[in-house]
Design a protein around this ligand. Structure first.
Ligand code: DC
Length: 219
């Protein structure tokens, strides 16, 4: 069984997906980490993230693997564990840019599907329910008020010691949102059969309860 969770940044997807996976004893697949891993390699290689031809060439000599250990996910790029380096502002910005390149999306698709092939996965991202796992058993689309998403993301950044101004977080989020929602390939849109959850005034546990209720009724 695959459970797909999509939605914009700052909506609480990762927190909820991790909690749900732990509750069900499923694997947690963070598909954004794969886009971040490509961005990491692009930056290391001094390729411009907005250069689709050069990025596509780089992928021909790149390998990305995910490893799962006691519920935690590790991302290996060319055999090197880069998990701890994927959430810097530079990688975050570059991931948003490379994720709009069709060659990158095509290249990451089989990697995601192979992980899903094992079943019992909670997968989270932007196109998980529409493109990666269109036959997922359950699909959720999370959204929340823009100010609430900005405040959540800002709190996360502060907790990680990377907190800039709230205005900078707001700008960053709206730029990424706009790019995710308007790109020509696999834009962020709810799958037709996704259950919509507004997380604005819900705690992560409350969101998970709603999901568990849907999964219990539906299975
Ligand atoms: O969820 P995240 O912030 O870690 O994702 C990083 C970037 O990757 C984000 O800008 C959108 C992109 N992404 C995507 O295009 N498709 C996915 N399934 C997951 C992430």
């Amino acid at each position: 069984m695959i459970i797909a969770i999509d939605g914009p940044a700052g909506v609480g997807k990762s927190t909820v997906a991790k909690l749900l996976a732990a509750r069900l004893g499923y694997l947690y697949l963070d598909t954004g980490a794969l886009y971040r891993a490509v961005a990491w390699k692009v930056l290391q290689s001094r390729v411009h993230p907005a250069d689709p031809a050069q990025v596509a060439i780089l992928l021909t000599t790149t390998s990305i693997h995910m490893q799962f250990h006691q519920g935690a996910m590790q991302v290996l790029v060319d055999g090197l564990d880069v998990t701890g380096q994927l959430r810097t502002p530079e990688v975050t910005a570059a991931a948003s840019v490379v994720s709009a390149i069709p060659a990158v999306r095509d290249w990451l698709l089989p990697i995601q599907r192979q992980i899903g092939a094992g079943g019992s996965v909670v997968a989270e991202g932007r196109d998980v329910g529409t493109k990666v796992f269109p036959a997922a058993s359950f699909k959720f689309f999370l959204d929340a008020d823009a100010e609430i998403r900005v405040a959540r993301r800002h709190r996360e950044l502060v907790a990680a010691g990377r907190g800039g101004s709230i205005e900078a977080t707001s700008q960053d989020l709206s730029t990424r949102d706009q790019r995710d929602r308007t790109r020509s390939i696999d834009p962020l849109i709810p799958a037709m059969d996704a259950r919509f959850i507004d997380t604005s005034i819900l705690s992560p546990d409350q969101v998970v309860e709603k999901m568990i209720a849907t999964v219990s009724i539906g299975s």
